[in-house]
Design a protein around this ligand. Structure first.
Ligand SMILES: Nc1ncnc2c1ncn2[C@@H]1O[C@H](COP(=O)(O)OP(=O)(O)O)[C@@H](O)[C@H]1O
Ligand SMILES: [Mg+2]
Length: 249
């Protein structure tokens, strides 16, 4: 499998604090890749770097053979990479369907202001309802997104990322704050949407990580100490000492 995303010697400092240190990471096209590591390791910062919300202090980030390290988030999005945030990020007053349409239009370079003009386009409505179907949210298409349950809001957020048409999806702690049954539903959804896409996920729930991931990278204090299959990561000595061994599971 070829690499869809390639980070080489990427560093990020905030003032004197080196948060990401000379990091190399290759993501294969079509794989489900999880990033794990203790709080404050730099996982969200790494996501912000890849999605263009932060610019690397040094190093190179290549998506589909193209350098994206200095591009802004919208340009990176249009090159096929979309992400969700650790904190839920939807438009609560818009309906569920409008949130999805927004994700599509934004990727197509429309502005929100002409949103209503294209509201009736059949094609747009068809794609919207296909995504809502995938999310199991068709029955609440026309209610304000802010009225959905927390778990459904997070599902909608995943829907907005795929609505952009991206084939590389990044999710930052998608099951945070969910009950066991909500987590199980979210995992099924993530499995489904990543069948034909590349998935990069930050997740604290080790059950979810070991269920979902083809490969795992362990980030500790801004450095990846191991990238391997779940089975090998679990038994890796360095990982046990630095991270897994200290967690209660
Ligand atoms: N914009 C910022 N300015 C200064 N420090 C930051 C900024 N963003 C993150 N950090 C610091 O970087 C470290 C890693 O944070 P983060 O990437 O959120 O970790 P994780 O997601 O692994 O918990 C933390 O010590 C945090 O305080
Ligand atoms: Mg984080």
């Amino acid at each position: 499998m070829s690499d869809i995303l390639k980070l080489s010697k990427v560093s990020k400092s905030f003032g004197p604090a080196k948060i990401i240190k000379n990091l190399d990471l290759n993501i294969k096209k079509g794989e489900r890749h999880a990033i794990i590591g203790p709080n404050g390791a730099g996982k969200s910062t790494l996501f912000h770097l890849i999605s263009g919300h932060y610019t690397p202090t040094s190093g190179s980030i290549v998506l589909n053979n193209e350098e994206i390290g200095s591009l802004d988030p919208h340009d990176i999005n249009r090159k096929g990479l979309a992400r969700s945030f650790q904190v839920t990020n939807i438009f609560p007053k818009m309906t569920v369907a409008e949130n999805i349409r927004c994700g599509m239009l934004w990727a197509k370079d429309y502005k929100y202001s002409i949103f209503k003009l294209v509201n009736n386009e059949n094609e747009l409505n068809k794609s919207t309802s296909e995504i809502l179907e995938e999310l199991n949210l068709n029955h609440c298409a026309n209610i304000p997104a802010g009225l959905l349950s927390y778990a459904d809001q997070r599902a909608l957020e995943i829907g907005i990322t795929i609505a952009s048409g991206a084939d590389t999806i990044m999710l930052d702690e998608p099951t945070a704050g969910m009950s066991n049954s909500e987590t199980a539903r979210a995992v099924e959804l993530i499995k489904k949407i990543s069948e034909k896409r590349t998935l990069l996920i930050v997740e604290h729930d080790m059950g979810v990580v070991f269920d979902l991931a083809d490969r795992i990278s362990v980030l500790v204090y801004g450095e990846i100490i191991c990238t391997d299959t779940p089975k090998k990561v679990r038994t890796n000595k360095k990982v046990q000492e630095a991270y897994l061994g200290t967690e209660e599971h």
